[in-house]
Each structure stands twice: as C-alpha cells, then as structure tokens.
Design a protein around this ligand. Structure first.
Ligand code: SAM
Ligand code: MD0
Ligand code: SF4
Length: 370
C-alpha cells in the first residue's frame, strides 16, 4: 500500500499494477484514480509516466497551432469566440498568411500543424465555394510543409471532411467536451450532440485519425469523466485531451479562473493508464509554459498550442498569453523537456506513431463490424 501523508485514501498498489498490465479497471478503481490527491496522486502520475515510456520512450511530439479564423456561427457558452460576443474583434487570415505561419512553425521544428477555425460561415455556409477554398488552403499548407496536419473546423459536411482528408489532413479534432448530454446542451448551446459525435465516427471510417477532448470545471463530475472514458474507448480516438475551463469575459460563463488544474492532471494520468498508446496533449493554452511540467509529469506526450509570435494569431482558452512574448515556441519548450529527461521526437518517429495509431483505429473499426 502506498501511504498518503495527507491522510487521503491511498491507491492500492494492485490498482496501478493492474493498469500497467493493461487489465481493465473497474468503475470504482477509476473513480479512485480520478479523485487521488497528495501522495496517491504522486503515485498515479508516476504510473502514468511508466505507461507512457512503454509506448513512447522519452519522446514528445510538438504541435503548431494556427487559429486562422475566429469568426463563428455557434454560441458555445464557454467560448470567447461565440457569436454573441459582439465586442470582440475577430480575424480571418488569408491563405498566404496561413502558409507563412505554417512554414515558420515547420522551420521551428514542430511535428504536426493544427489548422483551427471557429465555425466560420465564410467557409462553411457558402456551399462549395467556401469549402473548396478551405480545402485549397489545407492542400497548400501540406504542399509547402509536407508535415502531418490536424484540422479543427468544427462540424463540417461529410464530403468536405473527405476532401480535406484527401488534400492532406491526417487528423480531425473535434471535442465533445462532455459525454453527459444534459451538460453538452448547456455548453454547446443549440448544437446537436449526435451530429458532432457521428462526424468523428465518419472521420475514423475514412481513415482519419481522431482527437476527442473534454472540458474540466464546467459542472462536470467524476461520474461524467467515467462516462467519457467509456465513450473515448468506443470512438477508439488516437489523441485524447482534457483542458481546464478558463472563464472568458462577456460570456455566460464569465467568472474567476479555476483555483488549480488538479482534476485535469488526474484525467491526463487516467487517460494515459487506460489508453497508454494514445497521444495526450499538454496544452500551452491552459497555463502556458509554466504549466507544462505538471502536464508532462502526469503522462501527457505532446505539447500543443505552439504559436508563432508577432503573427496576430491567437490561442483559444488563453487567447494571447505568452504568444508575442515568444514563450509559446519550440525554443522555450525544449529546455523544459530536457530538464525532465524527455526530448522532442523526430518527425519520422512521430509519423511512425501515426502509422501505429491508424492501425489501432482500423482494428477497432473491424471489431465493431464483426
Ligand atoms: N470551432 C471548432 C470547434 O469548436 O470544434 C474548433 C475550435 S476548438 C479547437 C475549441 C476548443 O477549445 C473547444 O472545443 C474547447 O474544448 C476548447 N475551449 C474553448 N474555449 C475554452 C475555454 N474558455 N477554456 C478552456 N477550453 C476552451
Ligand atoms: C490547443 N489551442 O492545442 C489548441 C486548441 C484545437 N485542436 C486545439 C484547443 O490547446
Ligand atoms: Fe465556435 Fe468552436 Fe468557440 Fe464553439 S468552441 S463558439 S464552435 S469557436
């Protein structure tokens, strides 16, 4: 038994041993891990790092982030860029600006580029004209960088997703935020839960890698996290994230920031133990470079939201923090990795991981069909 000096309930060794042997954990065991504190949390994070090293050794992936349009037709209660936030100055970058940012990030050493937008009507509500323009941008970024690409365009038509995949998008990132339908309805106002979910299944069916994500601190409880782990398993998503909600001014969920990110860290560690082969972000969008170590210590294995300085590009939950100061860049991250005995993967190693993950997603699909 690991003894917890804060008198929190200790996690029996056998639970972590079972997790490391990749045996299914019971709901109670997972709940114990999700709520671990003090020395119990320390043991949890240690186990998560052991699980990570089995699949990824000490290598970490780096993701550039290009939020190329902050226009959005949706009204998510948690988001700065929701359409009702009229006081907010938005931007839509040109194809040339997007390619320039992509090239700068590629030259700085990232392994993957995440092209993200609000559900911008310019691209999504003008029929094939807008969708073709979006596809051409993705194709151009692929052609100019030859890097693996992730796209986060929100809910787009299936044919558009297929065209984007054919133009070079390897990943489709689309976060349910929660798998509790009541909570989803309160967060993603007026949006269709099933449509969002099925699009991820569709993306997987055409061979795209899928990223699923959760918001933490939006009224969610441990039982919701349990339900989400189940859903993530069903989706066989290749990348899984949890982000602590950062309240935004002029939104219905404005308010003081979360006191800490402990629940996010526990979730990162639990996702690592339950799905040890997946990519799990340590997002610089949460607490900037200062929050990186805690997330990597909890078992994350990719650093996301690296943004070129002076580009006018923004983050999502911490829209501008650290960017123009040049602290959300590869050069700021590498020494932190080194201090932790970690190193950046090579692009070749990252590509090998993607090949492995595609195989896993395809195997999950076959199992479902059988
Ligand atoms: N518009 C697309 C969509 O919503 O799918 C793409 C943008 S997506 C990358 C934005 C994600 O950032 C959300 O799904 C949510 O998980 C996260 N996010 C947005 N606002 C946030 C906030 N205030 N705090 C923490 N995470 C936030
Ligand atoms: C991040 N700011 O990685 C980005 C964003 C969108 N696919 C990702 C939330 O934190
Ligand atoms: Fe729009 Fe995405 Fe923000 Fe929702 S989370 S308001 S869809 S940008």
């Amino acid at each position: 038994m690991r003894i917890d000096n804060k008198n929190m309930e200790a996690i029996p060794d056998k639970v972590l041993d079972k997790a490391l042997a990749e045996q299914a954990l019971s709901a109670n065991e997972i709940l114990q891990l999700l709520t671990a504190e003090g020395a119990a949390a320390t043991a949890l994070f240690q186990a998560a790092r052991t699980a990570r090293s089995k699949y990824f050794a000490n290598k970490i992936a780096l993701y550039g982030f290009i939020y190329f349009s902050t226009h959005c037709r949706n009204d998510c209660a948690f988001c700065l860029y929701r359409r009702s936030n009229r006081g907010y100055g938005r931007y839509r970058k040109s194809g040339a600006e997007i390619v320039a940012a992509a090239k700068a990030l590629a030259a700085s050493g990232v392994h993957c580029l995440d092209l993200t937008m609000g559900e911008d009507p310019y691209f999504l509500d003008r029929g094939s004209e807008g969708l073709d323009e979006l596809t051409a941008i993705v194709g151009e970024v692929k052609g100019q960088t030859d890097l693996p690409l992730m796209i986060s365009p929100g809910v787009a038509p299936e044919q558009a997703l297929k065209a984007l995949h054919e133009a070079g998008a390897d990943w489709y990132a689309c976060y349910q935020e929660t798998h509790n339908r009541r909570l989803f309805a309160a967060l993603r106002l007026g949006q269709n839960y099933d449509r969002r979910w099925r699009l991820k299944q569709y993306a997987r069916s055409i061979g795209m890698l899928v990223e699923e994500g959760l918001l933490v601190g939006v009224g969610d409880e441990a039982a919701d996290a349990l339900q989400s782990l189940q859903a993530m398993g069903e989706l066989a998503a290749a990348q899984l994230r949890a982000m602590t909600f950062a309240p935004q001014a002029n939104t219905p969920m404005a308010g003081p920031p979360a006191a800490d990110c402990r629940r996010e860290l526990n979730l990162i560690a639990v996702m690592r133990l339950v799905f040890p082969w997946t990519l799990i972000p340590a997002s610089l969008d949460c607490q900037g470079v200062d929050g990186l170590k805690a997330r990597l210590s909890a078992g994350a294995n990719c650093v996301t939201s690296l943004i070129p300085p002076q580009s006018g590009l923004q983050g999502v939950s911490r829209a501008t923090a650290d960017i123009d100061e040049g602290r959300r860049d590869v050069a700021s991250v590498l020494p932190i990795l080194a201090e932790m005995g970690l190193r950046a993967a090579t692009v070749g190693e990252y590509r090998d991981w993607l090949t492995h993950l595609r195989g896993r997603q395809a195997a999950a699909k076959c199992k479902e069909a059988a």
